[in-house]
Write a protein that binds this ligand. Structure first.
Ligand SMILES: Nc1nc2c(ncn2[C@@H]2O[C@H](COP(=O)(O)OP(=O)(O)OP(=O)(O)O)[C@@H](O)[C@H]2O)c(=O)[nH]1
Ligand SMILES: [Mg+2]
Length: 439
């Protein structure tokens, strides 16, 4: 796969026009392209140098700073060139045309990072972290991407694989020396113990992974309550725009209206829902069904009541936020945890925000090391767990070490596919196609 590679080029910075633009070039022909297209045919490695970039016909396109990084000590492990020019559309177009006519082709999305992965510079989990770093919109997302880039997941998965290899070693020994007295007993006990511990660790990662996936994809917060309580008014206050229709007619909201916000460093999806009530109107009834579903799927629920009505909190669960609205009309006595607000006047909305952030910090506070951020990882770990459970069954049924060993091996393969140590072309394609071009 590594022989006869193309040399790739791309705009690595944001869309033009911009003050400056950085173009990247990586591959075996970088030095020859430098010789053909730059005013200085030999660049001092790892030094920024002022150069002119020429078109195929030898005209100057622009002047800029070029840095040549020879392989293998570069991001991709290949010879690379980064050249920073003025960020005009025409300059970029002509510059790429010039590089392509000198032997480069346009890079595919994620191709630079894929080359870095193939050169052994980073494993798949770190490569995914590169994409997350670029996409991060909240501090929590960024922190998570940085931890993953630092190898937190690679280390975790590799550690699990080491433990699986230890199980395999014990099992192989009992296969190789089957006649030794008490061999099965000596092996079965410790192996079963190890497998059980592994299953527990995988389970914990899956449970906590729910939260870390939320940090990456956004927490879901649902506003629920009776018609006319002021749910849509609160949503609009939180969103700071008229995202949902507000009227004094009960049953105004039908569809779930979602807005995306960052609150206290967390990415949050807030959904406004139809007021909960019995109704013969089929459209509204569907809205109520969707509201209940949004409530059931949410990570956090905000129950809203009208201050003039009794609080019927039989649906409120521990951890939910309770808001009593329309405090401008009446001001009832409420418990300390209940937030008394006026959504219409914007009074107390900041306390609702603080309460959301407080609950989310509570959810994320006790996270231990594992942090699954993608469905790909969840699925891989779930499959590994299935194999380990079968392995345990085989052991318990006295099926013979070969059968157990095979399942442990399959579990280990699943984890290897997550880091890319067990490589499959399909996995690589799926991972890198979600990247942006130039990365
Ligand atoms: N006085 C007062 N009126 C409010 C307040 N919040 C909302 N309202 C009014 O209450 C009515 C209903 O508000 P909405 O935000 O549409 O209520 P909702 O809970 O979304 O209602 P449905 O979509 O029907 O479930 C509107 O006339 C709002 O202007 C408040 O804090 N004080
Ligand atoms: Mg509404």
């Amino acid at each position: 796969m590594t022989q006869s590679r193309d040399t790739i080029c791309a705009l690595a910075s944001g869309p033009p026009p911009a003050a400056i633009a950085t173009l990247r070039l990586s591959g075996p022909d970088v030095q020859s392209i430098i010789g053909k297209r730059l005013s200085k045919p030999a660049l001092t490695p790892r030094r920024a140098m002022l150069v002119e970039l020429f078109s195929e016909s030898g005209e100057t396109i622009d002047k800029g700073l070029a840095v040549f990084m020879p392989g293998p000590g570069s991001y991709t492990g290949e010879d690379t060139l980064e050249i920073t020019l003025h960020g005009g559309r025409m300059i970029i177009e002509l510059a790429l045309k010039s590089l392509m006519s000198a032997g480069a082709r346009l890079a595919d999305p994620g191709e630079y990072t894929r080359r870095a992965f193939e050169a052994g510079k980073l494993d798949l989990t770190r490569a995914e972290a590169v994409a997350d770093l670029i996409d991060a919109e909240s501090e929590a997302q960024l922190g998570q991407a940085l931890r993953q880039m630092g190898g937190a997941l690679e280390i975790l998965y590799s550690d699990w694989r080491v433990q699986m290899t230890e199980c395999l070693a014990l099992l192989e020994a009992s296969i190789d020396f089957p006649d030794e007295e008490d061999a099965p007993d000596r092996v079965d006990g410790p192996v079963a113990e190890k497998i059980k511990k592994l299953i527990e660790a995988l389970d914990l990662a899956l449970t906590e992974g729910n939260i870390t996936e939320r940090i990456r994809d956004g927490f879901r917060v649902a506003i629920l309550g009776k018609p006319n309580a002021g749910k849509s008014t609160l949503l609009n206050q939180l969103a700071k725009r008229e995202a949902a229709i507000v009227t004094d007619i009960p049953g105004t909201t039908r569809d779930v209206v979602e807005v995306r916000l960052t609150l206290g460093g967390y990415l949050v999806w807030i959904s406004d829902t139809a007021g909960l009530r019995e109704t013969d109107d089929i459209v509204e009834a569907e809205g109520v069904r969707r509201a209940r579903q949004a409530g059931a799927e949410a990570d956090l629920r905000i129950w809203m009541f009208d201050a003039r009505e009794p609080i019927e909190d039989d649906l409120v669960q521990p951890g939910d936020i309770v808001v009593v609205n329309k405090s401008d009309l009446v001001s009832p006595d409420v418990s300390r945890e209940t937030l008394l607000i006026s959504a219409k006047e914007g009074k107390g909305v900041e306390r609702v925000e603080a309460s959301i952030v407080d609950r989310l910090s509570g959810l994320t506070a006790n996270l231990s090391a594992p942090m699954i951020t993608r469905a790909r990882h969840r699925q891989g770990i779930e499959r590994a767990k299935t194999h380990l459970n079968i392995a345990l069954d085989h052991l318990n049924m006295g099926m013979g070490a070969e059968f157990t060993a095979e399942e442990v091996r399959l579990a280990s393969r699943e984890l290897g596919a997550l880091t890319g140590h067990v490589e499959t072309e399909m996995v690589l394609g799926a991972v890198f196609s979600s990247f942006c071009i130039g990365k």
